[in-house]
Design a protein around this ligand. Structure first.
Ligand code: BES
Ligand code: ZN
Ligand code: ZN
Length: 499
């Protein structure tokens, strides 16, 4: 996406269309709309007068007019965003994305965007560019014909009173973050016969090479040697060997406090059949996205490598396939994790926590003092929070609050659930230290979290259950249906704020 940023609110740029934010109940005579209304020959006035456009969030109207003078555009797209007082900087991403998707259907190649946000210029430009880029992602990669074509290839961003250098910087940042989110989404969308644990490791290694991250891939022999009996118990039923992907970002000059070291750890189950505790066939195909936590870590690490914050970050992805087979783990098996704890496996479908147990323990062994893990861990979180909020739990309220606040800034919702000692008691096993499930039908999301907590030693830790938010079933005005790359933006913000 080519882009140009200009300071000012009147686009005389050589573009096919103009797109502008309109607030709820706004009049065509308002300062920003007046000139556009004049250019279009009073079309804004007439659609508002006819009650055809009210500025409600999600509303769009396309107006056609004749080009005249310096204005080459012949179309004006109004994008409603609701109440002006509630318009946030991050909404600019959806506005830009809505404009691109709307205009693309009409074969438009270029447009000028007036986002009309009062936010920081770098962030406005960043959101605009990110929104343009993420709006063009489609899940039709494997169609041999009739693919959606990305016709929009350039846009001009118009922000009144902004410094050109800030806008330029924001556009570059938005490109990095948008491309990284699409990288995550492409991984999550891949069919599991293509994206095996080995292929996931290859893609991460290639990305690391391109962006200057260090990448180490631990194979099964290495993991067995390290005592990762919990992770290996999931992989044992699969023909595909597991991989532990380790990505390291080291800044040239670190400003990290007291050896503080953040690790991002992701669940990378490339397909979850449930194992011997086999899932029902209906809907099982959705389980290709069970590696979304791992894909999020890969996308966030890509952004971090290119944005170059001054703190080190460790990224760990446990890439494993969960299959039933003659060698697969059985309900009632007992295995020993890397930290010496013994686990009674009562349900082989609660496999995400089994791989994360060893992955978080490994992160801490590598020196991590703060660990954020993310996983499509439980169906229960979908029942509790739907697709609007990611479930968050942790042992350190400061870290949990930091993530919730970063999420609010970028427009991603997190909702906290408790992880008190009473819950941990419910995963005590009769024959081993702990068991991998809690009582049937009770606090399923929390049970997953308190299980992972058993493998954290001293680190501050937060767990994100993204089962409800990593995939969106319907198409939205600014985004295709399918993988969402949830948490990439929040994690990038978290890292940048800790500099
Ligand atoms: N990958 C699933 C969680 C999941 C389920 C995500 C549905 C998205 C939609 C996970 O491995 C799983 O199967 N969890 C079980 C845990 C149970 C056996 C304690 C679940 O949620 O049913
Ligand atoms: Zn499962
Ligand atoms: Zn799973």
């Amino acid at each position: 996406m080519k882009s140009l940023a200009i300071t000012g609110n009147f686009p005389e740029a050589n573009v096919d269309a103009l797109a502008v934010t309109v607030f709820k109940g706004e009049k065509a005579s308002s300062a920003d709309l007046k000139e556009l209304d004049r250019i279009s020959g009073g079309l804004i006035t007439s659609v508002i007068a006819a009650d055809e456009f009210k500025g409600e969030s999600g509303e769009t109207a396309l107006l056609r007019f004749a080009a005249s003078g310096k204005v080459k555009a012949t179309r004006l797209l109004l994008i409603g965003v609701g109440e002006k007082a509630e318009y946030k900087t991050h909404d600019v991403a959806s506005v830009a994305g809505t404009a691109v998707r709307f205009l693309q259907k009409r074969k438009t190649k270029s447009f000028a965007l007036l986002p009309r946000s009062a936010g920081n210029a770098v962030e406005v430009a960043q959101c605009a560019m990110q929104g343009c880029i993420t709006s063009q992602f489609e899940i039709d990669k494997y169609k041999s014909k009739d693919k959606t074509k990305a016709t929009v290839n350039s846009f001009v961003l118009c922000v009144d009173g902004a410094k050109p250098a800030d806008l330029k910087n924001g556009l570059i940042r938005g490109q990095i973050i948008g491309d990284s989110m699409n990288f995550t989404r492409d991984l999550a969308n891949e069919p599991p016969n293509i994206l095996t644990p080995t292929e996931m490791a290859n893609r991460a290694a290639k990305m690391a090479k391109e962006t200057g991250l260090k990448c180490e891939i631990l194979d099964e022999a290495k993991m067995t040697k390290l005592g990762m009996g919990s992770l290996m118990s999931v992989s044992i039923g699969s023909e595909q060997p597991a991989k532990l992907i380790v990505l390291r970002y080291t800044p040239t000059k670190s400003t990290a406090k007291k050896n503080e070291y953040l690790a991002l750890v992701g669940k990378g189950i490339t397909f979850d059949t449930g194992g011997i505790s086999l899932k029902p066939g209906d809907g099982m195909e959705a389980m290709k996205y069970d590696m979304s936590g791992g894909a999020t870590v890969i996308g966030a690490m890509r952004s971090i490598a290119l944005l170059k914050p001054t703190v080190p970050v460790l990224g760990i992805i446990a890439a494993v396939e969960n299959m039933p087979d003659g060698k697969a783990s059985r309900p009632s098996d007992v295995v020993t994790a890397m930290n010496g704890k013994t686990i009674e496996i009562l349900n082989t479908d609660a496999e995400g926590r089994l791989i994360l147990a060893d992955a978080v323990a490994y992160a801490e062994k590598q020196g991590a003092t703060k660990i954020v893990d993310m996983a499509t861990l439980t169906g229960a979180v979908i029942v509790a929070l739907g697709d609007q909020n990611t479930g968050i739990m942790g042992n350190d309220q400061g870290l949990v609050d930091d993530i919730i606040n970063c999420g609010e800034e970028v427009g991603e919702g997190f909702w906290q659930l408790p992880v008190s000692k009473e819950y941990s008691k419910q995963i005590k096993s009769d024959i081993a230290d702990i068991k991998n499930i809690g009582p049937r039908g009770k606090a399923g999301t929390i049970m997953g979290a308190v299980f992972i907590q058993e493998f954290i030693d001293k680190a501050k830790w937060a767990h994100l259950d993204i089962a409800g938010t990593a995939w969106h079933d319907g198409v939205r005005p600014h985004q295709a249906k399918g993988p969402t790359a949830v948490a990439v933006r929040t994690l990038v913000k978290l890292v940048e704020k800790s500099q």
